[in-house]
Design a protein around this ligand. Structure first.
Ligand code: UN1
Length: 498
């Protein structure tokens, strides 16, 4: 076997080794004997160099007209499209999601690159009348400065692009720290950014641990905005550090997303949507459905249909196109799922899965059987805490009001969905769900890049990714007044009677 390739940091337009002289491995979660590559274990000193490079690149980048910055995003998006299959295969190998979903992940990156490229020619501010004569008033967006981008492994192309594309078109320069479970995807992405022609220092990549690299990015006073997607635990830690330094911070954290199924629902449609949302990406999406809240009258019927379909799901390497569910990302994820399943056995009726998946090829990776608990109460631990794996709780309730109370009865508020044929009920649900993303007659996953993505309550801190509103994270507003009256005009005073 040939030794795995050693990958480098990307700082000031050059691929370099970490000053640590240390590396770590990224392995294929479907076959842990397959080492994807070795990556630099970056340090605070590497981060300092990356931030210095980003600072050097800043004046020229912010002076580049936004439509011209946008052209580089178009070129990068086109390169991703050209390399889509290669990127998707690398993703499946590195973090496990099945190939069809990996292609979707890359497509999401392409979509946001093109969307934000277009923002280079919009980036709307307001032009409004002044309250005084012979005076103009308008607002414009300007870059915040250096952006620290800290990303998870579950959408290893899409999420870095969701963050970096608005940052870059907005005129910020970037220090990017990817998850240590997906450094290869990040490296491939940055290689394409280099090929697209982003000037040296505009984008810098530092791989390594959160404790070393992530903390150093957050602590650096020259990094003015941080965008993070990941666990609530890490999000709180970053928020504390960033808060003390009055840094702008966009957080995208956990979810405990519910599908509500009412008595009048099309059950076949609901089953399709639930399975896709619960077990797609092996349940490792922030938007994954982990709770089904169902009217008691149809609980047993829905559970039996879900169970029958779940037992037919094929597990294996996501590179095999006949596989439905890939592995979990690593051994710690399997242990975590197993701990929650043990709790679930006391909190509900186990009707599917409930154990590690074993067998000839499965023994090589981190596989867990898609698991369903029926008859779960809304406040049960498995119905409250984010498991981030293929574990679904089915919660019986009586009618709409109880369903909505259960759906909203969590600390999280990312996405929610309702299956009903009654248009009035659908509109009530759109109004009543306490979440950032609502679906009607579809599952809880599948957000599109031109609408705001993010959640209420503990899912985040009020910011949104994607859509044109993503620019709010990465731009400062500047209000501009132009007085052409040639005399002193005092707002709120000279325009008042008396
Ligand atoms: C995430 O899991 O953090 O809506 C992102 C979806 C995807 C994005 C998920 N488009 O499920």
């Amino acid at each position: 076997m040939t030794a795995p390739a050693i990958n480098r940091l990307f700082i000031a337009g050059r691929w370099t080794d970490s000053v640590s002289g240390a590396t770590f491995e990224s392995v294929n979660p479907a076959d842990t004997s397959d080492v994807v590559g070795r990556f630099q274990a970056g340090t605070a000193a590497d981060v300092a160099m990356a931030v210095a490079a980003a600072a050097d690149a800043m004046p020229a980048w912010r002076a580049t007209p936004a439509p011209k910055r946008g052209e580089l995003l178009y070129r990068f998006g086109a390169l991703m499209a050209e390399h889509k299959e290669r990127l998707a295969r690398a993703m499946t190998r590195e973090m496990g999601k099945v190939l069809a979903e990996a292609r979707g992940d890359v497509q999401e990156g392409i979509d946001i690159a093109f969307l934000m490229a277009g923002e280079g020619r919009r980036m709307f501010g307001d032009t409004v009348p002044s309250e005084l004569p012979d005076k103009w008033a308008m607002s414009i967006r300007q870059p915040v400065g250096i952006a620290g981008i800290i990303t998870p492994w579950n959408f290893p192309i899409a999420i870095p692009c969701w963050k970096m594309m608005p940052a870059l078109v907005g005129g910020n320069t970037v220090v990017f720290k990817p998850s240590s479970d997906a450094p290869h995807c990040a490296t491939l992405l940055v290689e394409l950014m280099e090929e697209a022609g982003f000037p040296a220092g505009v984008i810098n990549l530092v791989t390594g641990s959160g404790a070393e690299v992530g903390d150093a990015i957050v602590a650096n006073p020259d990094v003015r905005v941080i965008s993070f997607t990941g666990s609530s635990h890490t999000g709180r830690h970053i928020a504390e550090q960033a808060g003390r330094r009055l840094k702008r911070l966009s957080l995208e954290l956990g979810g405990k997303n519910a599908v509500v199924v009412l008595r009048d629902a099309d059950l076949d449609l609901a089953v399709d949507g639930i399975l896709w949302s619960a077990f797609g990406t092996t349940g490792q999406r922030c938007t994954a459905c982990s709770r089904v809240i169902v009217d008691r009258h149809i609980h047993d019927e829905l559970v039996s249909r879900l169970t029958a379909r779940t037992q037919k799901l094929r597990l294996g390497s996501g590179l095999d196109e006949s596989v439905d569910v890939g592995p979990l990302v690593n051994a710690a994820a399997v242990d975590k799922v197993d701990r929650y399943v043990a709790i679930g056995r006391r909190e509900g009726d186990l009707v599917a899965g409930g154990e590690r998946a074993t067998g000839a090829t499965l023994d090589k990776g981190h596989f867990y059987k898609p698991t369903i608990f029926a008859g779960v109460r809304p406040m049960a631990t498995i119905a409250q805490e984010e498991i981030f794996g293929p574990v679904l709780s089915v919660i019986p309730v009586d009618g709409y009001d109880e369903a909505m109370a259960a759906a909203n009865g969590t600390h999280y508020g990312l996405s929610a969905s309702i299956y009903t044929r009654d248009v009035n009920t659908a509109f009530r649900a759109m109004r009543d769900f306490e979440v950032g993303i609502v679906y009607v007659n579809a599952g809880t996953t599948g957000a599109e890049t031109h609408l705001p993505f993010g959640g209420w309550k503990d899912t985040g801190n009020g910011h949104r990714e994607a859509g044109h509103v993503a620019l709010d994270t990465f731009t400062e507003w500047k209000a501009v007044y132009i007085d052409f009256s040639g005399k002193l005009q005092r707002a709120q005073i000279d325009n008042q009677p008396g």
